[in-house]
Design a protein around this ligand. Structure first.
Ligand code: NI
Length: 159
């Protein structure tokens, strides 16, 4: 089959960068560079921006922010209410005197989740915000647009 054929290619890379890479993949247990690079490529293909805009996905938006930033807690709450159909659950951890870690569990069309992640990241005082998602298999009502939970979803088999 075509996708089982292996292709070889050459890469030019600064020596010190390659040295760091080799150290890292050794720590991670890779036997050789090829498998490590294949994994990196596979992972990059799973990035949210690679998915078709209307695909239904589930995942998380993790963020760190400074809750002293003026208006930020209010803006964040307002934003989350505007996307309440896409947010299933949230967890908030007070990291220290200033910083909060918040994790949103999200489910819906990837374009809406990307938009939410972008809007959070753009808020002043947000130090970091990262969306990570995985594709939901179609069927079982998952293709309904932008609506996460309903009572009927409880009847679905959890796999
Ligand atoms: Ni906090």
């Amino acid at each position: 089959m075509l996708h089982d054929e292996l292709s070889r290619f050459g890469v030019s890379i600064p020596s010190d960068l390659l040295l760091q890479f080799d150290k890292q993949i050794k720590r991670q247990g890779y036997g050789n560079r090829s498998e490590a690079i294949r994994d990196l490529i596979r992972r990059s293909l799973l990035q949210p921006q690679q998915y078709p805009a209307t695909l239904c996905v589930a995942g998380t938006i993790a963020m760190v922010y400074n809750h002293h930033a003026s208006e930020l807690p209010l803006s964040l709450t307002g934003l989350q209410h505007a996307y309440h159909h896409d947010i299933i659950s949230t967890m908030h951890v007070h990291l220290n005197h200033d910083q909060c870690l918040e994790i949103l569990v999200v489910r819906g069309e990837v374009r809406r989740l990307r938009e939410l992640g972008d809007r959070i990241r753009a808020l002043k005082g947000v130090l970091y915000a990262e969306l990570s998602v995985t594709h939901l298999e179609p069927g079982n009502g998952d293709e309904r647009r932008g609506h996460p939970g309903s009572l009927h979803d409880e009847e679905r088999k959890h796999t």
